[in-house]
Design a protein around this ligand. Structure first.
Ligand code: CUA
Length: 346
């Protein structure tokens, strides 16, 4: 009896695990990165492919497991019983060759059809954004026919709803993978290469995503958000991004601290890595021109607020393993000034 319990333990554990997994899957609301709950046409196409393929997989699973259990019970060894020895069975052999071939052909045609569909050129009015993966954050360059309209931002991708957005993916260092599960499939961002994918959101909202390819120490901290807005809100945001930053000095100084922070930004070397349109041209870290417009920073892992900024400026690598931004050994007063300066970047 005890042996029988011990033997059935893995089976019971498996069943409980399966039940928990099902319970989680059936609650899409608590899963902001659930690819099975698409919220845009391209992600929906993938989900539509997934449904029948999963159905086939479930059918095959229960068929095969059922046959195994049947065979184990029915043909269990009995004392003094020697099974009949057979060789070959054309009917079975033909069956288990043709049936999988038919199923796989269906899966193959459906998959290739979806791939071709997803690779189609986007609508001509598609917004164009060049996405560059960095260890460990995302850079977005909004690109327009008139290049003087272009601007750059980081981690949070703002898009208008109901419109195609074509992303051109690349990387500045190692291979990353861009994945906003509710809006699109995942695609590699590879140094020296460009790959295109189109995304679209039906409704305004915040869609979570992350880098989906191991890319070093802080791979797990390389997150992203897609923020979809209706046309008016998006147009306002877009107009804002094109405005250069005002220098917090002399006539337009907001507070003494901000002017001090502006100086520190140069003397501490921040400007060597960060761009602020109209002020600095660093290209290694995120462009900070409209930093105050962002809800998050550092690979979208921190809410953008003064206390998180303070922690980050105190010792960036301690907050995010392997961070290229070094610990600058700033004093608390210097940090206060730098935060005051960052607050002018709205
Ligand atoms: Cu970038 Cu993982």
């Amino acid at each position: 009896m005890r042996n029988r319990i011990r033997r059935s333990l893995p089976f019971v554990v498996g069943l409980v695990g399966l039940a928990i997994a099902m319970a989680i899957v059936l609650q899409p609301r608590v899963l902001p990165q659930n690819a099975l709950d698409p919220e845009g046409p391209f992600a929906r196409q993938l989900d539509r492919l997934w449904d029948p393929v999963f159905g086939i997989a479930v059918f095959v699973f229960f068929l095969v497991q059922g046959l195994i259990i049947f065979a184990v019970m029915r043909f269990k060894e009995k004392p003094g019983d020697r099974p009949r020895q057979v060789h070959g069975n054309s009917k079975f052999e033909l069956g288990w060759t043709v049936a999988p071939a038919v199923l796989l052909a269906f899966v193959g045609f459906a998959t290739v059809g979806t791939l071709i569909d997803l690779a189609r050129d986007p609508e001509p009015d598609a917004l164009q954004v060049r996405v560059t993966g960095h260890q460990w954050w995302w850079e977005y360059e909004y690109q327009y026919e008139d290049a003087s309209q272009n601007f750059t931002t980081a981690n949070e991708l703002y898009i208008p709803t109901g419109r195609n957005v074509q992303l051109t993916l690349t990387s500045s260092d190692v291979i990353h993978n861009y994945w906003p599960p509710k809006l699109a499939g995942k695609l590699y961002a590879i140094p020296g290469r460009e790959a295109e994918m189109t995304i679209e959101a039906d409704q305004p909202g915040v869609y979570y995503g992350q880098c989906a390819e191991f890319c070093g120490l802080s791979h797990a901290n390389m997150r992203l958000r897609v923020i979809a807005q209706d046309d008016a809100a998006y147009a306002a945001w877009e107009g804002d991004q094109r405005r250069p930053a005002t220098v917090p000095a002399a006539e337009n100084v907001t507070t003494a601290d901000a002017a001090e922070g502006y100086e520190l930004f140069q003397t501490k070397g921040c400007q060597g890595c960060h761009a602020v349109e109209g002020q600095f041209n660093g290209r290694i870290g995120p462009d900070l021109t409209h930093f105050q417009d962002r809800r998050t920073f550092a690979g979208a892992i921190f809410e953008n607020n003064p206390s998180n900024l303070r922690r980050w400026l105190r010792n960036a690598p301690a907050e995010k393993q392997g961070s290229i931004m070094p610990n600058l050994n700033l004093s608390e007063e210097e940090i206060t000034s730098l935060i005051a300066y960052l607050e002018t970047l709205d």
